[in-house]
Design a protein around this ligand. Sequence first.
Ligand code: AMP
Length: 276
Amino acid sequence: MHVARTVSELHALTSKKKHIGFVPTMGALHDGHLSLIHIAQQKSDMVVASIFVNKTQFAAHEDLATYPRQEQTDLELLEANGTDIVYLPSDELMYPDGFSTSIDIGPIGSWLEGQPRPHFFGGVCLIVTKLLMQVMPTIAVFGEKDYQQLLIIQKLVRELNIPTSIIGGPILRDADGLAMSSRNQYLNKKQRAIAPSLFACLTNLSNTIDLSNYHQQLTQHQAKLIEAGFDSVDYLELRDADTLEPINDTTEHYRLLGAARLDNTRLIDNLMCLGN
Ligand code: AMP
């Protein structure tokens, strides 16, 4: 496995390959990230993973300073899982002094995850655009764990004609259903025991939802999350799985999405919904 820290180091390693598969991450890797590496391996000649904790997608009060960083362990995990190149750009390379470009993806960036974090998707779109232009992959794999992000990146590459196919990877979960996340390590024992209720709630809704009258069910399940021990629920929504708009008569696919807080830790999850 090779490590590249600059664009020219990266290009020296990738220039002879035709089909590059790319997995961008913020590090603190777990099996969910590694499952994306395995998907990229099946669809490319060479896999590049990046680790970069992107400051433009954190708000001032969020956990940028304390976000888990474990470069050596991450490198070992990537190597053991057959990654060819790890790209580790610096803050100075990505955001040199005077940097002022921004990307606005439009209304979809202000829904759901964008509500409490208005700058979040602008930051995500900016860093992903930069990474895609630097790595120039044929495919890039993003987790369905961040479902809104996946749809937004697909929209971004379509609208900017970036020649990369964006592939979604399924959510990897712990045995009790909790979606794996780098932030799960913030949870104490009591919170960790409460956390799987978010997935249980989505599963229960998916099995019982009445598409002609679901608002009350969503409200009831929000209350169940509080009963289970969550401190607050940011949203619990049923949306069009292709556009993330509220569902309407033309909706073909449905997605349940939720975000809830345990003290300062914010958990998100989502699930396909067949509907009744
Ligand atoms: P992050 O390091 O949190 O920015 O995540 C990097 C990539 O891994 C994103 O595309 C995430 O959606 C994806 N990811 C995070 N958690 C999981 C999971 N539990 N299962 C599958 N993919 C995941």
